[in-house]
Design a protein around this ligand. Structure first.
Ligand SMILES: Nc1ncnc2c1ncn2[C@@H]1O[C@H](COP(=O)(O)OP(=O)(O)O)[C@@H](O)[C@H]1O
Ligand SMILES: [Mg+2]
Length: 266
């Protein structure tokens, strides 16, 4: 449990109070895999959000998850993070997992480095926080209060907090959605760099088709409670929107998401 973030542990406690568990918590995944989910169903009353869903993610794989608003992306992520129980099915994930969300969720009364070490049970906390903050380009902000950080800086602190746990699975729920376009481009480069250096498996929820095509090894589209499309992206990184095939894949994904482009103008 010490590998889980303080934030996740708190959310899990809240959730355990709110709902009776129906199926067991996620269990340890076998070596070589990062996620194995099988027959996962999640209902909220009569609303079936996840419907007999299967999902496999290999160790070290970068997967993007697209889907229309309200289709169940966050529900799936919260189940994988162990925050919410599912109604049926089995979930296998690594013990070492970390999550970051659209909002950085920093404790305003704790300095940046203390936010990074929240919940870590180690004496080397400060040094590890320092290293993680340096990796996200924030060595000079280790003593800053959250209120003095820009949106991009706060999100980088949240990434450092995830990183310091050395996760085998990094769950990201629209982590760049609230950032301005330029900051988002920098964050894309940063997340790729961190992924290439530490090689966790990544499940990145995004509504941004370009982000998925730029970053992921594989793009999943969630629809009607299941993985409706599973598309491998083999292009070498760093990728650019100018490379051959980018626009075709983009249009195909937009089509799957129900956005019809006028071929003449797209
Ligand atoms: N705690 C909850 N109680 C009831 N319904 C919920 C709850 N959380 C999510 N939902 C419903 O589940 C569906 C999927 O939500 P969500 O996973 O947040 O979608 P997404 O992240 O893809 O936008 C929505 O219809 C939403 O209203
Ligand atoms: Mg969501």
């Amino acid at each position: 449990m010490q590998t889980l973030s303080h934030d996740l542990a708190r959310l899990r406690r809240q959730s355990a109070r709110a709902a009776q568990p129906v199926v067991p918590e996620p269990v340890q995944v076998p070596a070589g895999a990062a996620v194995r989910a099988s027959g996962v169903t999640k209902r909220f009353g009569a609303n079936v959000v996840l419907d007999d869903l299967d999902l496999e993610i290999r160790a070290g794989e970068f997967v993007a998850l697209l889907g229309r608003s309200g289709c169940g992306k966050t529900t799936l992520l919260r189940a994988l993070a162990g925050i919410d129980r599912v109604t049926a099915g089995t979930l296998q994930v690594p013990t070492a997992l970390a999550a970051a969300f659209q909002e950085p969720r920093l404790m305003p009364w704790k300095r940046a480095w203390r936010n990074v070490t929240l919940g870590l049970k180690t004496d080397a906390g400060r040094e590890r926080a320092r290293q993680a903050l340096a990796e996200v380009g924030l060595a000079h902000r280790e003593n800053a209060w959250p209120a003095t950080l820009s949106g991009g800086e706060a999100q980088r602190v949240a990434l450092a907090r995830a990183l310091v746990r050395e996760p085998q699975l990094l769950l990201l729920d629209e982590p760049f959605a609230a950032l301005d376009a330029l900051t988002r481009i920098r964050m894309h480069a940063l997340i790729l760099q961190l992924w290439q250096r530490h090689r966790p498996a990544v499940l990145l929820v995004t509504h941004d088709v370009d982000e998925a095509v730029l970053l992921a090894d594989r793009i999943l589209v969630l629809e009607a409670g299941r993985v409706a499309a599973d598309i491998a992206v083999a292009a070498p990184r760093p990728r650019s929107a100018e490379r051959p095939g980018f626009q075709e894949l983009r249009s195909r994904l937009l089509g799957l998401l129900g956005v019809e482009l006028d071929a003449g103008r797209a």
